[in-house]
Design a binder for this molecule. Structure first.
Ligand SMILES: [Zn+2]
Length: 272
């Protein structure tokens, strides 16, 4: 009897998912990070992007870097009052030395205290400049400030794109980001039936603009409210996207991984 021919490629259903936004460096994962990663791999999520929040986290974050665990460096807008005055200069040194895959997470958050808005804008502008110098895509945190961020991206003709993490804007804003080379991060929010606007956007934008993210430990999916979120829950996000877009879960896994690699400049990997 002839031996079975080995398939040339692994079927798309077994494609590795990439969690494009998870804070695995944070203290809440300090005691069981290996178990979190093991559960994630088991669920098919075998590559992670961990964005930075504050300068003081950088040493720990950089130490976590591995072939499948990529890091981004940046100063988070929600912590604007606590970033040091020379924060961006120090960030520049870290970026020069460590060569992260993206600058993040950076952005504007209009839900934060009003008093921080001018400083947030200055911090965002400075980091946008730095990302351009270093030719890095962005991991954007934007709440109720999409038009301001889009205006800045347009004014500066920012050429390296990136990901709008936990996208929360309108369909029109989504299309504006997509035209400028950005993908939209989809996470636990799309699994909640009451998230009508995000679910509408998730179903309506081109498949080439979607990437997966957990935002662990935050934004847990439906059925896990109140729990610490983990990357192993991404299949629930895939399921929701699959229903919203009438695509198979395998197609969603495949296209979102491909999009993430493209927008972040990650090499295609052998499937494992
Ligand atoms: Zn985040």
């Amino acid at each position: 009897m002839a031996r079975a021919v080995m398939p040339l490629s692994v079927p798309p259903a077994l494609r590795t998912m990439i969690d494009t936004h998870c804070h695995l460096d944070q203290p809440v994962f300090a005691t069981d990070r290996e178990a979190v990663l093991a559960r994630s791999r088991q669920a098919g999520v075998r590559e992670w992007v961990v964005p930075a929040i504050r300068l003081e986290d950088f040493p720990n974050l950089v130490a976590l870097r591995a072939p499948s665990l990529h890091i981004a460096l940046g100063l988070h807008p929600l912590f604007t009052p606590s970033h040091p005055a020379d924060g961006v200069a120090r960030l520049a040194q870290w970026v020069e030395r460590c060569r992260p895959i993206a600058m993040g997470e950076i952005g504007l958050d209009a839900l934060a205290s009003h008093a921080t808005q001018p400083l947030q804008q200055a911090l965002f502008d400075a980091q946008l400049d730095l990302a351009r110098q270093m030719r890095l895509p962005l991991l954007l945190h934007v709440r109720k400030a999409h038009d301001a961020v889009l205006a800045r991206l347009r004014q500066t003709a920012f050429p390296y794109g990136g990901i709008v993490h936990a996208f929360s804007g309108s369909l029109q804003q989504a299309h504006s980001y997509i035209r400028m080379g950005f993908c939209l991060g989809m996470g636990g929010v799309v699994t909640h039936a009451q998230a009508v606007r995000v679910r509408h956007v998730a179903g309506a934008v081109p498949a080439s603009s979607l990437v997966l993210e957990s935002d662990a430990p935050d934004l847990p999916p439906s059925g896990h409210r109140g729990e610490r979120n983990e990357p192993c829950h991404l299949p629930l996000v895939v399921q929701a996207l699959s229903a919203l877009r009438q695509s198979s879960p395998a197609e969603i896994q495949s296209i979102t991984s491909h999009n993430a690699r493209l927008v972040l400049g990650l090499p295609e990997k052998d499937q494992n």
